[in-house]
Every structure is written in C-alpha cells, then in structure tokens.
Design a protein around this ligand. Structure first.
Ligand code: NAP
Length: 267
C-alpha cells in the first residue's frame, strides 16, 4: 500500500505521524509523496483541507483518512490512541467478522474565475466565498443563465454538502447530507430594504444547475477556496457548479454523518 501522512505540525500530531510511519513500515506499507493510494491527515478538519489541496490534482485516485488530535471532526474520525487498530484494519481482512472497508464519495464544487487578467479553475471541498475588501460587494447572481438577483452585502458563500457544517452553518445555511449532489448558496450579511432585494434564504442547486456571480462595480474582492485566499481586483465573473469529480474517504468502520453532526454540535 502506498501512503502519505500530512500532520498539523503540533507536537502530538507530529508524534502520531512518527508512530504511523513506524507501524506502517512494520506492515510493509510504502511512503509515497507523489502517488499515494491513501492519504492520512493527522490534526483536525483544517488539516484535511490542506491534505486535499496538496493532492488536488490526484483527487480521483486517492482515498483519505483523518485522525484527529483535537475534537472529533467531520473529516477526522479516528482518535489519537487508535492508530494500531487503524493500521490493522488497513493491513487487511484477518477474520471474516472484520468488516470490509467502504469508500464514500463526497461531492465537490468546481469554480471558474474569469478576470480581466485571465481565467482560473479551482475545486472546493468545503466552500467558495466572495467577500468585499473595501466595503459592500455589488454582484449580480444568475442561476442557469437567467438573472436571479442583484446582491449587495458582505459576500456570498457557495458550499458543498461536506462544507455545509462549516462556514455555511455559521451563515444559517442548511446541513446537507454529503450523498446529495448539490451546492448551497448562502448570503453573508445581505442588504435588504425596499430598494435592494435578495432571496434572503439559502438556495440549494442540484448538480445539473449552475450559478454565475458577476462583479457589478470596480471593487477589491477576496475569493476564498476553503482555507486559501485569493485577492482579486479585476473580477468579471465566477461560475459555480457541482464538480464532475468527487473526493473519496475510506471508512474502516461506520461513523454515520448524522452521528458526526450530533457529536459536533449537540455533544
Ligand atoms: P480555521 O479558521 O482555523 O478553522 C475553522 C474551523 O472550521 C475549525 O474549527 C475547523 O475544524 C472547522 N471545519 C473545517 N471544515 C469543517 C467542516 N467541513 N465541517 C465542520 N467544521 C469544519 O480555518 P481552517 O482550519 O483553515 O479551515 C478553513 C475553513 O474554515 C473554511 O473552509 C471555512 O469552512 C471555515 N470558516 C468558518 C468560518 C465561520 O464559521 N464563521 C469563517 C471562516 C472560515 P478543526 O478545528 O477540526 O480543524
């Protein structure tokens, strides 16, 4: 098995990373930074975001596993003291009772950014946001090539189902099960009065729909792709749609999404 480990860099995560390498070597796994089959993230959900983006060009051929060194996460579900058990399950089926690992696939968002200076594409695991740097963002939002609304406010967030528990949730968006192939548009402090109007509630688009956001004034904007920031001062538009590719997680034991939600938010 070819694997790679990415850790958060704190003492505990580094120690666990060393423990993982030791046990992996004893079991004949091969460390491969170029083309791993499995990527292990040790830290938190934020560490997993870094892992995704480190291997963003190889996403379809990788399965991710998360070990958390803080609170239980959405992407990191193994505890610090469970590495030997995880390795045993990775080694293979020793007994018929041992459950077979399952691959679960989560939808991603494809973003095409058109600027006066050129065009770029990105893939988001959690979300894309467009925010103002100097003040109110003015942007036209089209859905399936029809004008939907003229947005004025702090910004717009477009999240994946997996990202629906992150920034999207803080914005009042719905939590969406990652088996639903959709994207969610949430407003960040929209201005709503008799002159300026937006839908005012989150919108969920299916995978065969798309949304375009057109910059409607000269404005300095911050585009965020998960944890990565891109300042832009010549934006023309951003097209957002559910990506063709998905991200895969390997589950050696079940941990249903709604249990994660309950653990994370209700205790
Ligand atoms: P950060 O500001 O250090 O961490 C943001 C928090 O979001 C961390 O507690 C992280 O969990 C958690 N998180 C990440 N993905 C999640 C998910 N899918 N579901 C639930 N919680 C999740 O930034 P970061 O670690 O670089 O992560 C970037 C993410 O921060 C962005 O993708 C965005 O979703 C989120 N964010 C949230 C807000 C907000 O809620 N107001 C504002 C900006 C950004 P861990 O502690 O386990 O790493």
């Amino acid at each position: 098995m070819r694997y790679y480990v990415l850790d958060r860099g704190d003492q505990l995560s580094v120690e666990l990373s060393e423990q993982f390498h030791k046990l992996a070597a004893e079991n004949g796994f091969k460390m491969d930074a170029e083309s791993p089959e499995i990527v292990i993230s040790i830290g938190g959900d934020g560490t997993m975001l870094h892992a995704f983006h480190t291997f963003i060009d190889r996403i379809p051929s990788i399965a991710f596993v998360g070990i958390h060194t803080g609170h239980l996460g959405f992407y990191a579900d193994w505890k610090a003291n469970e590495i030997p058990e995880l390795i045993q399950l990775m080694v293979g089926h020793k007994t018929p009772e041992q459950p077979r690992p399952r691959i679960v696939n989560y939808p991603l968002i494809d973003i095409q950014v058109q600027k006066k200076s050129g065009t770029s594409s990105y893939i988001c695991v959690n979300e894309f946001t467009l925010k103002g740097v100097d003040g109110t963002v003015v942007a036209q939002v089209d859905i399936n090539d029809q004008q939907f609304e003229m947005f004025r406010g702090d910004g717009i967030c477009i999240s994946t189902p997996a990202g629906s528990t992150a920034y999207n949730k803080s914005l009042g968006g719905a939590i969406i099960h990652p088996s639903i192939e959709a994207l969610q548009i949430t407003e960040i402090a929209s201005i709503n009065n008799r002159v300026f109007r937006t839908a005012g509630s989150p919108l969920v688009l299916p995978k065969h729909h798309h949304c375009d956001i057109y910059s409607r004034k000269d404005q300095r904007l911050l585009l965020t792709i998960d944890h990565i920031n891109h300042p832009v001062d010549d934006l023309i538009s951003v097209r957002c749609q559910v990506a063709k590719q998905k991200v895969s997680f390997i589950r050696y034991r079940p941990f249903p999404f709604w249990n994660r939600v309950r653990n994370a938010f209700l205790g």
